[in-house]
Design a protein around this ligand. Structure first.
Ligand code: PGA
Length: 261
């Protein structure tokens, strides 16, 4: 894992945008894996800016989102399809037909999950997967106990997740109980993973993900098995890491050999 520690969430978003924008410039038909939640909002704002101000071209980009609530219509304000349209897709020149968000309304959810995996495969696999991390250590909606070998699946949301996400709904009762999510193995299949976390509220789970044992109790810890996982943290999210001094030192040292990596 490459750990990058930034001053605050603004700098975290700057760094993430640098990586994603460089990827799209190098490969205009990049297959992007995308995440929802508050954490990647700054990254998406920077991608929109790169399109509007610098003409970054998304016309050949293909996207796959990690997850979607079951039984929330795509035009519901809190669906992840709406989130993506609002924060990114409506403001760039991506072909909407090339943007994929799991179908939470599918009558045969099992069949849909198999098809989603197939669609990712047919697109050539995900080049770079953007990830947040839940307070309970989830990636996508892979709650504690989800198999680390899981492919796209239907999950029951954990009480902590329902509580966390209730801030977007009128009440906790309105938060859907189920979601379709790419599995942990689907995420590990991406060629590069880019996980972002900011704020003190994430410090404990970030420690579990980066320095704890690999365990289905913190599904994000599976990133330790990925050969190209970059974790961008702000100071608060990094504050409980035991080896923080080493990560900072390594981050600086890497600059000296950056052109040879
Ligand atoms: P957040 O959610 O970005 O809103 O903190 C992250 C997640 O649950 O994966």
């Amino acid at each position: 894992m490459e750990i990058i520690i930034t001053k605050d969430s603004e700098e975290m978003s700057d760094k993430a945008a640098e990586i994603v924008i460089a990827q799209i410039k190098a490969k205009p038909d990049t297959v992007l894996g995308l995440a929802t939640g508050s954490t990647p909002e700054g990254l998406y704002a920077r991608m929109v800016r790169a399109h509007k101000e610098d003409g970054l071209d998304f016309s050949s980009v293909v996207t796959f989102n990690l997850d979607e609530y079951v039984d929330l219509a795509p035009d519901h304000e809190q669906s992840y399809r709406s989130f993506m349209n609002r924060h990114l897709f409506d403001h760039i020149n991506v072909n909407k037909e090339n943007t994929h968000v799991p179908d939470g309304l599918a009558t045969d959810l099992g069949e849909f999950c198999r098809r989603y995996e197939q669609m990712i495969c047919e697109a050539g696999g995900i080049d770079i997967q953007v990830l947040g991390i839940g307070r309970d250590g989830h990636l996508g909606f892979n709650e504690p106990g989800s198999s680390l070998a899981s492919l796209t699946q239907v999950v029951t949301l954990a009480p902590e997740t329902i509580e966390d996400n209730s801030r977007f709904f009128q009440s906790e009762e309105e938060v859907p109980r189920f979601a379709v999510t790419m599995g942990i193995q689907s995420i590990l299949n991406a060629r590069k993973c880019l996980m972002l976390a900011s704020g003190r509220g994430k410090a404990e789970v970030v420690k579990g993900c980066v320095e704890g044992p690999i365990t289905a109790m913190v599904t994000a810890s599976a990133l330790q098995m990925h050969t190209d996982a970059v974790v961008i943290l702000d100071e608060e999210a990094a504050s409980m890491l035991d080896r923080i001094d080493y990560y900072r030192w390594a981050q600086e040292a890497r600059q000296q050999v950056a052109d040879r990596l």
